[in-house]
Design a protein around this ligand. Structure first.
Ligand SMILES: Cc1cc2nc3c(=O)[nH]c(=O)nc-3n(C[C@H](O)[C@H](O)[C@H](O)COP(=O)(O)O)c2cc1C
Ligand code: SF4
Length: 441
């Protein structure tokens, strides 16, 4: 579903038909002039529980990859006991092919800060850490400057939210990562903020109960939090009027989504669409991606970061919503940032390259992930060189299938990502892999 007007990107002239020359950072004064911080003003006049109920009602599902309902997560927090409570904002954005959060930070940082302030008020969280990936130097500076503006405007700070309108004080800090993918996993991220190696924690306990420094903590993605102010301002019914119901009896996919499209399309970029838009419509629309480069045919797509697996040639029509996992044999929607491959793509090379990424990024805590990632990579290198035997292909599938939280062998989902990427690429392009065997199967 294409939108009549942008919502999260309403102040960002990156809309396909906007003039890129007008792109600029929306600073505090401009943000306020254009209606910014009205959602926060509204929120502090409301009962905290009412805000959580609104977000629950909206079925806002996390935009960081897992799609967990945001309001439900907020409701898991224990009652305040007078001690510290934290919000950790996940701007690690290290999933290959994903570059949507940086757009919000690049151009409309106060929208994210407004979402942060509302979340802190609604959940009684006194300190927010904006965790940003190491490579986002410019974005970290933009965010630091925007936070300073928000302190100067007394949004944050010891006087209390919004110039002391509420005697509830919130502090907000930027914490820069050092470039490890695993620090995007929510508990790896908490370890990193604590100054330790980014090793994911065994769950439970979940962060809402025992998170940063052992205290209750909410971890949310940047895009999730950016959706909170418009939901409060425009209402739940409006949010639910965008997006789609599930066609397979699952939870709905409401609202808008930032999709960062890369790969073999004529106009890559970040676009805001209604959930449920089909990949084919997005790629072929003249208003969006303008088709596949050189007029070539579609071959495959990584629909939401490599961790989710690949869509096959006959799945071009797949709808970008939370049903996609079950309907098209993927792990899930992930970040909904499609990397599109045309007919010239060598899928064996893709599988090997993706396996290389995961073997480099495994934190090494769990044996099936640490060792399995190395073996998957070695076997795929052998296969790409035409030196693999038929049993090697089966071995790749067996190793991949044994790695992850879903088979129950690892602490975090990085190994599931490796598993799904390898298995779906081989299963959906099996003939291409068999043709590379030393003795064809
Ligand atoms: C290996 C791995 C990497 C992840 N990287 C990110 C990331 O870069 N950004 C993000 O928001 N979530 C990432 N996630 C998901 C987070 O663990 C978590 O679900 C998310 O930040 C929660 O926010 P949300 O509910 O608002 O989506 C990652 C998960 C895994 C397993
Ligand atoms: S699954 Fe892999 S990345 Fe995750 S904790 Fe285990 S070894 Fe580390």
């Amino acid at each position: 579903m294409f939108l009549k007007e942008p919502v999260l990107c309403e102040r960002i002239p990156t809309w396909p038909w906007a003039d890129p020359a007008e792109r600029h950072i929306v600073h505090y004064d401009e943000f306020v002039k254009k209606g910014g911080y009205q959602g926060l003003r509204q929120a502090i006049g409301m009962d905290r529980g009412e805000i959580v109920d609104i977000i629950k009602d909206s079925v806002l599902r996390g935009r960081g990859g897992a799609g967990f309902p945001c309001g439900l997560k907020w409701s898991f927090l224990p009652a305040p006991d007078g001690g510290k409570r934290y919000l950790a904002i996940n701007c690690d954005e290290a999933e290959p092919g994903t570059f949507k959060d940086r757009l919000l930070v690049d151009f409309d940082p106060h929208l994210v800060l407004e979402g942060i302030a509302i979340a802190c008020w609604a959940c009684e969280l006194d300190t927010a850490f904006f965790f940003i990936r190491g490579e986002y130097h410019h974005q970290a500076e933009v965010m630091e400057a925007a936070i300073q503006e928000a302190y100067d405007a007394k949004i944050f700070g010891s006087q209390g939210l919004m110039d002391g309108t509420m005697k509830f004080a919130v502090d907000c800090h930027v914490h820069r990562g050092a470039g490890a993918y695993i620090c995007g996993e929510e508990t790896g991220l908490l370890e990193a903020i604590e100054g330790k190696r980014g090793w994911p924690r065994i769950k439970p306990p979940f962060p809402a109960v025992k998170g940063l420094f052992g205290r209750p903590t909410i971890v949310n993605n940047v895009e999730t939090l950016a959706a909170v102010p418009p939901i409060l301002q425009r209402g739940v019914d409006w949010w639910k009027s965008i997006g789609v119901e599930s066609s397979i009896g699952q939870a709905p996919s409401y609202g808008t989504k930032l999709v960062g499209v890369s790969g073999h399309v004529n106009r890559p970029g970040v676009y805001e669409v209604g959930m449920g838009v089909s990949l084919k419509d997005l790629v072929e629309s003249d208003d969006y991606c303008k088709g596949i480069r050189g007029g070539r045919a579609f071959k495959a797509c990584i629909p939401g970061g490599v961790s989710m697996g690949v869509l096959g040639t006959d799945q071009y029509h797949a709808e970008l919503d939370f049903d996609i996992g079950q309907k098209y044999d993927l792990m899930g929607l992930g970040t909904a940032c499609p990397a599109v491959f045309d007919e010239s793509t060598d899928m064996v090379m893709v599988a090997r390259n993706v396996a290389r990424f995961f073997k480099n990024e495994s934190c090494g805590q769990c044996t099936p992930c640490r060792e399995g990632a190395q073996w998957l990579y070695k076997l795929l290198v052998r296969l790409e060189r035409g030196e693999a035997r038929p049993k090697d292909l089966d071995m790749i599938l067996e190793i991949a299938g044994s790695m992850g939280i879903i088979p129950g062998t690892t602490i975090c989902g990085l190994a599931d990502g490796n598993n799904w990427a390898a298995r779906t690429t081989i299963n959906k392009f099996r003939e291409e892999f068999e043709a590379r065997l030393l003795v064809p199967a």
